[in-house]
Design a protein around this ligand. Structure first.
Ligand SMILES: [Zn+2]
Length: 385
């Protein structure tokens, strides 16, 4: 998630974070409960009392969203997929998994884990409310929470990726075709369709409220539905592009994308000489360091920058390079997708391509991006996912 977020605790070992946009929706929900729902359903209380109850109710609402995300996380953890974090934000919550589910069955179970929690909570609360005798603040709150949990479960089952229902759809398509990236593309197209449909529905409500053919309070709902529709559409489009990139890169080998005539740097060169003869002359951001035909490390502009310029004459490349580790290299017959994932994971811009212990090429993130631009015919495709 972009922007600021704060960690508020850990549950099941997962960091729970609140994004800055969450405060907006918290304020909005508290306000609309304190000035609308609560005075209507329990008349006769003081204004501060309504605001306090509104605040408690919206905290409980977001507790419901958190439990929904924990439902997904619980199933994911059973499949040994670590959860990076759960973030609450303006449109609900996100549980970020460290990797994709291993198969369609796992995908399906992780996807329905959230809605099942919401339906169970909703059913339980509405059940309790229906047997309650008195019409108290607690009952009004229980009814509200129960109804919202049911809505949360239902809304998330809309079959458009990346909503839960879209994940269920992807699981089905994946099981059917055996092609994960293709299933993602198809489920994302459904997500774009439902996003567009929500935007249209929201516009109809807004128009209806504006022209007086529909009740006024629907206008706020209309605006909200448009926002959610836009969010779904944009998220689905991003997933679709990402899947297209993944399938394009899964089909080419590192050997097809690598630079073959690699300039290597000798470890005994002074940093000064390396800058003049390599960094300035070739314009690359990093070079493999080779000795007797073997790669012994990698030296990047970043390594040079960390050394004060006064020392460039007196230090050798060997002193500032990153010593060789398997994470710096790949093989020419490896899929380009694997190499890109490795670069992103390790935070590296390039990998040495090694065959039988010999350096045969260099694959870079910018090289992969260039391939995507040429192959995809798109101007703005990027491998920075
Ligand atoms: Zn969910």
């Amino acid at each position: 998630m972009n922007g600021r977020d704060w960690q508020i605790g850990r549950i099941l070992g997962i960091p729970i974070k609140v994004h800055v946009s969450w405060f907006l929706i918290f304020g909005f929900v508290t306000w609309s409960l304190a000035t609308g729902y609560l005075p209507e359903s329990i008349p006769g209380l003081s204004v501060p009392r309504y605001w306090m109850m509104g605040g408690v109710a919206s905290l409980l609402l977001f507790g419901s969203v958190l439990l929904h995300e924990l439902g997904h996380s619980f199933v994911a953890l059973r499949y040994r997929i670590p959860i990076r974090q759960i973030t609450l934000f303006i449109f609900g919550g996100i549980a970020q998994m460290h990797r994709e589910p291993p198969g369609p069955r796992a995908e399906f179970l992780i996807a329905i884990g959230g809605p099942i929690v919401s339906f169970a909570l909703g059913g339980l609360l509405l059940g309790l409310v229906s047997v309650a005798q008195a019409r108290s603040g607690l009952v009004a709150l229980g009814f509200l929470l129960g109804a919202i949990n049911l809505q949360l479960g239902l809304f998330n089952l809309i079959p458009g990726f990346p909503l839960d229902g879209g994940r269920v759809l992807r699981a089905g398509l994946w099981a059917w075709s055996g092609d994960f990236d293709r299933a993602t593309r198809q489920a994302s197209i459904a997500g774009q369709g439902f996003g567009a449909a929500l935007v249209s529905l929201g516009m109809v409500l807004l128009l209806g409220a504006a022209t007086g053919t529909m009740p006024e309070p629907l206008a706020a709902n209309g605006g909200w539905i448009i926002l959610i529709g836009v969010f779904l559409f944009v998220a689905a489009r991003a997933s679709r592009r990402q899947a297209a990139i993944r399938s394009a890169l899964a089909r080419v080998a590192v050997g097809d994308l690598m630079v073959r005539d690699v300039a290597t740097v000798s470890p005994d060169l002074s940093v000064d000489e390396a800058v003049a003869q390599h960094f300035l002359r070739h314009g690359y951001e990093g070079f493999p360091v080779a000795e007797d035909g073997r790669v012994i490390g990698m030296v990047t502009i970043h390594d040079v920058q960390s050394l004060p310029q006064a020392l460039w004459k007196w230090r050798r490349v060997r002193d500032i390079m990153e010593p060789w580790s398997p994470a710096m290299g790949t093989a020419p017959d490896a899929p380009a997708l694997k190499a890109l994932e490795q670069m992103l994971r390790e935070g590296q811009g390039r990998l040495a391509v090694v065959q039988d212990g010999r350096l045969v090429g260099l694959i870079t993130r910018s090289g992969v991006n260039r391939f995507l631009q040429l192959r995809g015919g798109r101007r703005r495709s990027s491998a920075e996912f």
